[in-house]
Design a protein around this ligand. Structure first.
Ligand SMILES: [Zn+2]
Length: 359
């Protein structure tokens, strides 16, 4: 049995207006808007080529499908029948990007129903500590709906070591529930409010590194929330807590590594080193490995026994549709790595990561 530990099935109604750049989410949501904008965009060509635009259209269309189940089944078709999928919901109400059309609990209830119907679905709950009843929600979906882990998304404007998250980690450590955290810099999904607000949120930092508060874009400022080193405070306090830092440092830092392997402060290196330091720290290859140029580097990395035991297979469906097809992950990567390595990252490691210790 294989696992894909990182997919999304949330719908357009779970996404606030300014989730994607250029207001794409709302504009593409209506038929006339869709037609006018595709014409406009093709003329203005803000993307490098027609393919990129087509992929964005596909991405927006996926979110518009009728149910999370339709989105899930679309992804699952590329994998062997018995494959199991960790589905990561998103609470985007506090990212300063406008109102989210449907309440977060509706998204969670739909996911819970889907998990009851399809045993291949492994539901996680995204915890944003700014939601008033985040802890009660976490307890409810774990206890009553059998949710299997927690998703953390710091670029939305909170630090992984936020005091309000400590009770959540405490329960996770006790019950053996894993935590999966977004961990890549400069992506388009981040806090969209004012720079002053981002500064205010960043000042909650407990890092001894100087903060970059000025002369930076919002994207760059928000990367500081999700720096892998921030997790040290959590990992030191909860040594039994299983944490996966998603995206293995990101496409950005893998690219950097290709051109300048010795550069400092490369998140890819930092995560690699931290894995050797912390026994319960994992990473996943979702999104990043859409780039086929990275396949050989990954394969060489997996010859290191410690790394081989801590890398998890995930694709980041359907976010990755903006770059490539699911087929690249489901089939091309498996064929390239061979069964021994693919078994490690898609079977043995996910089983250990997801295994619930106290039932
Ligand atoms: Zn993701």
């Amino acid at each position: 049995m294989f696992y894909n530990v990182h997919i999304h099935t949330f719908k357009d109604e779970d996404v606030p207006r300014r989730f994607l750049p250029l207001g794409l989410v709302r504009i593409l949501a209506t038929k006339p808007g869709f037609r006018i904008v595709s014409k406009l965009l093709n003329n203005l060509n803000p993307f490098s080529d027609k393919d990129t635009f087509d992929r964005y259209v596909k991405f927006v269309k996926t979110g518009k499908k009728a149910t999370q189940e339709t989105i899930f089944l679309d992804c699952a078709q590329y994998y062997p029948k018995e494959t199991r999928f960790v589905v990561l919901p998103m609470d985007m109400a506090y990212m300063g990007a406008g109102e989210v059309p449907r309440p977060y609990t509706k998204q969670l209830d739909e996911l819970a129903a889907m998990a009851r119907k399809h045993s291949r679905v492994i539901p996680f709950i995204h915890v944003d500590p700014r939601r008033d009843d985040y802890f009660e929600l976490f307890q409810k979906y774990v206890d009553q709906h059998d949710f299997k882990g927690v998703k953390i998304y710091p670029p939305l404007g909170y630090f992984p070591y936020d005091d309000r998250l400590m009770p959540v980690y405490e329960v996770c450590e006790k019950k053996g529930l894993p935590v999966l955290a977004h961990c890549s810099p400069y992506n388009t999904v981040h806090y969209k409010g004012s720079k002053e607000e981002i500064q205010r949120l960043l000042l909650k930092s407990k890092s001894d590194k100087p903060l970059e508060l000025y002369d930076r874009s919002k994207k760059e400022m928000c990367a500081q929330f999700t720096h892998p080193e921030n997790w040290r405070l959590v990992l030191n306090r909860f040594p039994g807590l299983k944490v996966c830092l998603a995206h293995f440092g990101s496409e950005y830092y893998w690219d950097k590594f290709m051109t300048n392997p010795n550069a400092q402060n490369n998140w890819f290196y930092i995560i690699k080193d931290m894995i050797k330091e912390y026994d319960n720290l994992y990473t996943d290859i979702s999104f990043t490995l859409h780039n086929q140029e990275f396949f050989s580097t990954l394969k060489v990395l997996l010859s290191d026994v410690t790394i081989k035991d801590r890398v998890l297979f995930g694709s980041d469906y359907y976010m990755v549709q903006t770059r490539t097809t699911e087929r690249r992950f489901a089939i091309d990567l498996r064929a390239y790595l061979g069964e021994k390595y693919f078994d490690a990252i898609a079977k043995t490691n996910p089983e250990r990561f997801l295994h619930n210790t106290s039932l």
